[in-house]
Ligand binder design. Structure first.
Ligand code: ACO
Length: 338
């Protein structure tokens, strides 16, 4: 789904601040070697991941989201009262209802904000961005906070070596605001979202919802944890991330050489290399931090964006291409002038 059909003139939208948060506790590959039949060599070679962060038992996704949001608001120089929209993407909400966004709103004291969650797995940050751009572009919101926060350690089967080595916890946030539309000023130039619901079975948490509730009889089957057909997910990830990025490049007229930095979903280094080489981006223009955090689902590209900004890898005026992929299947991409 793209922005080609514009029935009326939209207001420009700028990205004015980013923030992120990761829990203190590091779980290394060496730690995992003691938990399941795996090795540091296998994990690094097949994924690029060296360690991941694990939230404390009492640390909620809303807590991590609030920490990331505060940093993004501070960077943007906005007060809680100025925020009029909060969107949180998560597959590990504090509670099924109310939304994690409502807890975040209360934590921040963002009394003028409408707040809701979205579920788009690893694509949730750019799905949230797309939604916020529509709100701001139509004049329905001025200052939006988009956040992805995940406590994946809660839904990982720690006895399944095929999945438990991949995931981690964390949160990333950004503040979007009505832009100036002036050449060179920050702008969300274009975005793309898509999904294929015929492939829900490739990556899912089958139980714990209303379809298959957790019961005394099935609790030992661990249906409330992530189940994944890794090889197939890998193949679709490369294909859809490549297509989404290329469609954005062709729609905006951006040339690959105009792109300062690609910030992809941080799931697997081999996926990142396959996607970026297919869209003609050299490795030095690709931001990778999965070695430190593993796959934090929707939060991954948001944390990466914040780290790229804070480390100076992404600077004001740079053209950033973000591209993600996740359960659903879902995918998304965005071209952003910082
Ligand atoms: N340690 C050691 N061996 C392992 C491990 C492990 N942690 N996990 C699997 N293996 C074994 C398998 O049992 C298999 O052994 P076998 O040949 O004796 O049967 C062998 O390694 C190869 O397994 P594959 O699944 O074929 O390994 P592959 O190279 O595909 O790598 C991986 C697996 C890393 C999961 C890869 O498929 C992948 O990254 N897929 C995409 C996953 C992903 O990105 N998911 C998330 C995207 S969406 C989201 O972020 C929510």
């Amino acid at each position: 789904m793209n922005d080609l059909t514009q029935p009326f003139k939209r207001l420009p939208v700028a990205l004015i601040g980013t923030g992120s948060y990761v829990p203190e506790h590091r779980l290394t590959n060496a730690d995992l070697e003691k938990m399941v039949d795996t090795s540091n060599e296998w994990i690094v070679e097949r994924t690029g991941i060296k360690e991941r962060r694990i939230a404390a038992p009492d640390e909620k996704p809303s807590d991590m989201a609030t920490n990331a949001a505060r940093k993004a608001m501070e960077a943007a120089g906005v007060t809680p009262e100025e925020i009029d929209l909060i969107i949180v993407g998560t597959v590990t909400p504090d509670t099924f209802t109310p939304s994690t966004a409502c807890y975040v709103q209360a934590n921040l004291g963002a009394v003028n904000a409408a707040a809701f969650d979205i579920s788009a797995a690893c694509s949730s940050f750019l799905y949230a961005l797309k939604i916020a751009v529509q709100f701001i572009g139509c004049g329905q919101a001025k200052t939006a906070l988009i956040i992805s926060s995940e406590k994946l350690s809660h839904i990982v089967n720690w006895e399944d070596r095929a999945t438990c080595v991949l995931f981690g916890d964390g949160a990333g946030a950004a503040v979007l605001r009505t832009g100036t539309g002036k050449e060179g000023d920050s702008a969300i130039l274009a975005s793309d979202i898509g999904s294929d619901g015929t492939l829900t079975d490739l990556l899912l948490v089958p139980g714990g919802g209303s379809a298959i509730p957790t019961t005394e009889a099935n609790i030992h089957e661990k249906l409330y944890t992530l189940a994944m057909r890794g090889n197939e997910v890998f193949r679709h990830a490369v294909e859809h991330m490549k297509n989404s990025a290329l469609s954005l490049i062709s729609r905006t007229g951006i040339k690959p050489e105009d792109i300062s930095l690609v910030i992809p979903h941080q799931a697997n280094l081999r996926i990142i290399n396959a996607v970026t080489s297919r869209i003609g981006i050299p490795p030095e223009k690709v931001f990778v931090n999965l070695q430190k955090y593993g796959n934090t689902s929707g939060a991954a590209c948001a944390i990466a964006l914040d780290e790229a900004v804070r480390s100076g890898r992404a600077k004001k005026g740079d053209l950033i291409l973000m591209v993600t992929f996740g359960a659903g299947l879902t995918w998304s991409s965005a071209a952003i002038r910082l």
